[in-house]
Write a protein that binds this ligand. Sequence first.
Ligand code: IMP
Length: 453
Amino acid sequence: MVLSPTSKKAVNMTNTAVVGLQWGDEGKGRIVDDLSADYDWGVRYNGGPNAGHTVYVGNIKVVLHTVPSGIFRHGVKCVIGNGMVADPAGLYREICKINSLGDYANSGTLSVSEEANIIMPWHQVLDGIEGGKLDTTRRGIGPCYADKTARKGVRFGHLFDRKGDVSRDVFAGRVRELYDEKREVIKTMLRLCPTKDETAYQLQPIDGIIDEIVAAAEQLKDCITVTDTGELLYDAEQRGESMLFEGAQGAMLDIDHGTYPFVTSSLTTTAGIACGVGFVPRIDRVIGVVKAYTTRVGGGPFPTEEENERGGYLRQKGGEYGSTTGRPRRCGWLDLVQLRKAVRLNGPTELALTKLDVLGGISGKIKVCTGYELDGETIDTFPSRLKDLERCKPVYGEEFDLWVADISGARNFRDLPKSAQSYVLFVEEELGVPITYVSVGPKAEQKILMHRP
Ligand code: IMP
């Protein structure tokens, strides 16, 4: 932060990324919420309504799915980047919710990339049929990204023309090119999954689809600008404006590097930013967000999972229920093997350790996984092969004495119990990245800013 010579106002010239280093739900929303007022732009680059970013507007809790969290800060312009997927009706509902709290989201403050893909009704139907195997959020995310890659996607640029008007003819033409094939694919999938209740997974007639999405677009027209957001952001960077890139999900859900196939379908790491915003931004700070223990929602391997009363304690005390689907999250110990991979993938310049308070009062010792045992060998790298990962047993090389249940009043590192201090320093040392922020409770002020010399 420097002072502008003309206005004497603090001017932020850094670009910052906030990324999740586990399986999502690390508390990125809170970090973004804390920071966003200092930036000119708030930018989302991956995922879509599978994400749930919790922010507070005054005392009101709001869960955002598609719109960047900076939307609640006046003066912050927000972008839904080309790497994202969104459904127009859902986006409109989200904007209405945002605007019911004040005049926040309108054309000029919220831009959507004309290259972002639209989640079509057939994506939602297919995710309903197939998503059970992977325990997805059933929002149509996977089928939408699959079609994008297969070059069978529908983009916001099909729905809006270059002047920002709804282009019904172009959109309807694109839907007609794709509809018959999608209907056949759905029929086939239903044949292959005979236990499904077919009536729940029927694709509506084509005209209804076109009418509904065009109607949603007409409503959206006054709230968003559909444009070349890569160009918009590139120009802004040239003018010295600052950007906050808000990651969704976490490193272990990345389509390439996560616990495949139990992953989401987008690029969730720092590397995904350039792909998802349409230019290669300078990124000065990368804040890797790490929950003090591990959670995952949905299926897939989770070596340090505690399927017992300690896992239940973390779930209850940490309120570990999905913010998008309400599903209970699986809970377990912190896993340094997994986190080392996430550090490699994201290049964090600093770490935010969240929910340290939740570990307080748990029964027995607090464990940290430092390696895995695989076929009689101890390894410290995270296997990519699902079959190998499934056989890994955690090695808990470090244990910490339990600390008191309530540390939510701590505001300085020295206020923490000794054992909690050792925990923080151990994680920092092992990952080789400074921890600059520790959260000790859900309220914005319940945090410790770690000041470094
Ligand atoms: P999809 O993204 O809906 O395709 O779901 C794929 C996997 O990613 C499932 O296990 C989901 O539970 C998980 N997932 C997707 N989005 C999030 C998120 O924001 N937080 C945590 N898990 C997520």
